[in-house]
Design a binder for this molecule. Sequence first.
Ligand code: F6P
Length: 349
Amino acid sequence: MPNIAVLTSGGDSPGMNAAVVSVARGAARLKMPLIGIKRGFNGLLGKGKTWEDDYIRLDLDTVLDIADLPGTYLRTARCTEFLEPAVRERAAALLKEMDVAGLVVIGGNGSFTGAMRLCELGIPCIGIPGTIDNDLAYTEMTLGFDTAINVCTDAVRAIRATSRSHDRPHVVEVMGRNCGDIALMTAASTGSEIVVVPEVKWTVDGIARELNRLIESGNTRATVVIAEGCWESMKPFDVYQFLKPYGKQVFEGEPMSANRFASVLKRKCGMVEVRSTVVGYTQRGAQPTSRDSTFAFEAGQMAMELLHRNISNEVIGIRNGKIFHMPIDKALKAHRPFNKTLYNQINGL
Ligand code: F6P
């Protein structure tokens, strides 16, 4: 009896376990045994001392235990070795040895490229978009994005309450790599006054000017939501040169951070305090929202249906609320324009 295999790869994202459970249900319906591969593509490098180091049989009992867990039960990792053709060939051989008739890869664009390469080597693969970043242009939503923006929204709401009590502006850094969607949605859903995203050029002075304008109009608790990728897209600003005369302990060449940015804004805007919070990994390790779990469920079902119909080299996405699939290579080339209208509305332009 041929097997189905499933792996999670890249940064974990809420809903990955739910997708695995859904794949397991599909496999059970087809009466095909399911193998979970541990730590993404690393489980295919043949490094484990025992079979159990790299794989686990996902029977119904195991799957029922993981259904509601946040994180990813299969573990995950990024696997740079998989960029080497020889490594991929060994992995494909291993999968064939295990009689794997189809592999479901849950991850982001790097993971999808890995899946596409395995397809070229004769392993049918289907991709499910699992990343909080929402940086896969072909789909309106990736698995974990909804949970991440809900975690950030809760955090910013709480921050805005205490900001109001103390008349303190606040800088909140959220994740998203080079994609500003988490920042944008968080800012929109909390009524935050300023959003900074990697898609739009920005300067420290520009934000300070805007914050000053808000303070002068009576808003002393404005929130600046900033995407983590913005420290790289920022027009260079010498934190050391600026903060040293204020007697702050800073080091030459020190990079900008949420904390430093708040410190700079405090001085540029003449406030008693500007505070900062980095929401961080709470965005990734949270219990999935029902929206993410539903998407995971539908995606897992579709993945199994496609494999059953001998369709592979495809990824699953959501458009206008409807689940769909398309070839991996096309999906990876897709380009989604940034939502500039929403950005301008938040920043009051
Ligand atoms: O891709 C998901 C993500 O959480 C990004 O938002 C973030 O930049 C990155 O992963 C952090 O990765 P790591 O877990 O390696 O620190």
